[in-house]
Design a protein around this ligand. Structure first.
Ligand SMILES: C[S@@+](CC[C@H](N)C(=O)[O-])C[C@H]1O[C@@H](n2cnc3c(N)ncnc32)[C@H](O)[C@@H]1O
Length: 228
């Protein structure tokens, strides 16, 4: 098991070798998590909460594998990535070869409904439900069913320019935030408890025809949730 702390720069270099989806579909909200957000999320999980190194990790809706491969790089015991899209899984598999992590991660092309095992930690960047309302809820349910701790990204309800400027000006990649009452209820009804929430800035390039700007800048909340 890898016990030394991996430098964030090394993690970011690894994540930048993980190719994004070549033909993303809007209906599945297939944007790839930016390197900086993935690195921060993995760093919080690994080194602030001790939920990656030596743990079994599940990446629900893994896309081309940034979170799964990052977890393997940091020293997870075993990693499984699942995505409904075959192209995403093929690219994830190529990415695991290119990053030298092929033996550490398994990939499944299937709906997340197909997962039935038990894991220590779920990492997920689910569809936010912009195209299909509440798409993220199904992911939360599966995550709470299969693991003890869940790291889940959700679009912040705050459209607050002040928060974006605060994140940009703070020099920190995240600031503490409050959970949305809807997600809090949803989690608590399923025997979960929100440990904390971190707000982060996410910038994604123009990807789909309905994107009107060259880049889209918004706040995402990382929920750290545990099963009661
Ligand atoms: C926002 S993307 C995130 C991809 C990747 N985790 C990342 O962060 O780069 C959401 C992913 O969930 C996948 N997805 C959507 N619905 C799914 C389902 N029901 N079962 C499995 N995967 C699904 C999509 O194909 C897409 O790759």
């Amino acid at each position: 098991m890898q016990r030394r702390i991996v430098r964030k720069l090394d993690l970011e270099m690894l994540l930048s070798q993980v190719a994004p989806h070549p033909t993303p579909k809007p209906s599945l909200e297939q944007y790839t998590i930016p390197v900086d957000v993935a690195a921060t999320m993995l760093y919080i999980a690994a080194y602030m909460h001790n939920d990656i190194v030596g743990k079994t990790v599940l990446d629900l809706g893994c896309g081309t594998g940034r979170l799964a491969l990052g977890a393997a790089f940091l020293g997870a015991k075993q990693v499984l990535g699942i995505d409904v899209d075959k192209t995403a899984i093929n690219v994830a598999s190529e990415n695991s070869v290119n990053t030298g992590l092929r033996d550490k991660v398994q990939w499944i092309a299937a709906d997340i409904d197909a997962v039935h095992g038990k894991f220590d930690t779920v990492l997920q960047n689910p569809p936010f439900g912009v195209q299909r309302r509440k798409a993220d809820r199904k992911f939360l349910e599966k995550a709470l069913e299969t693991s003890k701790v869940v790291y889940s990204l959700h679009k912040s309800l705050q459209k607050d320019r002040v928060l974006i400027n605060k994140l940009k000006g703070s020099g920190n990649p995240f600031v503490p935030a409050f959970p949305s009452p809807f997600l809090k209820n949803h989690v608590e009804e399923r025997d979960g408890k929100i440990r904390c929430v971190y707000a982060m800035l996410m910038v994604i390039p123009h990807m789909f025809h309905f994107h009107t700007k060259r880049k889209h800048e918004f706040v995402v909340d990382l929920y750290v949730i545990e099963r009661k």
